[in-house]
Design a protein around this ligand. Structure first.
Ligand SMILES: C[S@@+](CC[C@H](N)C(=O)[O-])C[C@H]1O[C@@H](n2cnc3c(N)ncnc32)[C@H](O)[C@@H]1O
Length: 266
């Protein structure tokens, strides 16, 4: 499904694949073998070369896709095929090209009081995981001692840095990392936040967030789930999280009621 965050997503050059982060290419390599990507490697061998040399651990995947279509002619509709690929990874493409197209979506305009009212941030060390364009981090920075933004996408780290400079905020520190391997010692943070990040594997994501949070500190997911009584919701309740819901404005993709979750660490 196209999010329609960016009007000309289908016109992106196939070369945009080379702007993706290692994390994205790794995710692509984990999917069922995709014939559309295989044809892109066949039509643009420099992209295959780039990936094999940037991430030698993915060379076997690239070679497997290359073999898959070795005897096939290129489709006559390559432009349309590339458009489909770009649409299928629209969020990643926007992060590595025009993060503003994500930042200006109306669903990002939810009331920051939903986050800032959950605890007292003054003098606190805060970690925000998967900061994106900074909705959560910039909301709490005026109150906190310091805010560490963990963000695996290089262009979003650049966006966050430029945003902090533009807004004159000097207590935000931007770090490369993923929730699966957070670059902090145990009990580093008073408050650990993530918004629109967890959901793949709640027990291990929550355990990672709790590991870096001090006893008596707080873990906050805001937003942490759609407004749904799904498995993620049940797992969070079993882990002792409180919750409530709030509205993300807008008709576009992403708008609607969302749930936030929080817990004081034992
Ligand atoms: C939907 S965005 C949310 C951004 C921001 N927190 C917000 O609510 O607007 C998800 C963010 O998580 C980042 N991300 C993706 N995989 C991640 C991972 N494994 N660990 C940490 N962050 C991740 C993405 O790069 C992106 O910035």
């Amino acid at each position: 499904m196209a999010f329609n965050w960016k009007k000309n997503i289908r016109e992106q050059s196939a070369n945009t694949i080379m702007l993706l982060d290692e994390l994205h290419l790794h995710y692509l390599s984990q999917e069922e073998p995709r014939e559309d990507i295989a044809f892109i490697f066949k039509a643009y061998p420099h992209i295959a070369w780039y990936i094999c040399n940037k991430m030698p651990e993915l060379a076997a995947w690239v070679n497997m896709l290359t073999q898959m279509v070795a005897n096939e002619p290129l489709p006559s509709n390559m432009d349309s095929l590339i458009g489909d690929v770009m649409e299928s990874i629209e969020d990643w493409i926007i992060y590595v090209t025009t993060p503003d197209d994500y930042h200006r979506q109306s669903f990002n305009e939810w009331d920051e009081n939903e986050l800032t009212s959950l605890t007292d941030y003054s003098g606190k060390t805060v970690v925000d995981i998967g900061s994106g364009t900074g909705k959560q981090a910039f909301a709490v920075a005026p109150f906190a001692k310091s805010v560490y933004c963990v963000e695996p996408v290089w262009n979003l780290r650049r966006f966050l840095k430029q945003r902090a400079e533009k807004e004159g905020i000097n207590n935000i520190y931007i770090i490369d990392g993923v929730i699966e391997d957070l670059p902090f010692a145990p009990s580093f943070a008073d408050v650990t936040i993530s918004g629109h990040v967890v959901g793949e594997d709640i027990p291990s994501e929550i355990s990672a967030m709790e590991r870096i949070t001090k006893p008596g500190g707080m873990i906050i997911l805001c937003p942490g789930n759609n407004d749904a009584d799904n498995d993620n919701h049940s797992q969070l309740l079993e882990l002792g999280y409180s919750w409530s819901k709030f509205l993300e404005p807008g008709e576009d993709f992403g708008g609607g009621y969302k749930r936030k979750y929080w817990k004081v660490k034992d």
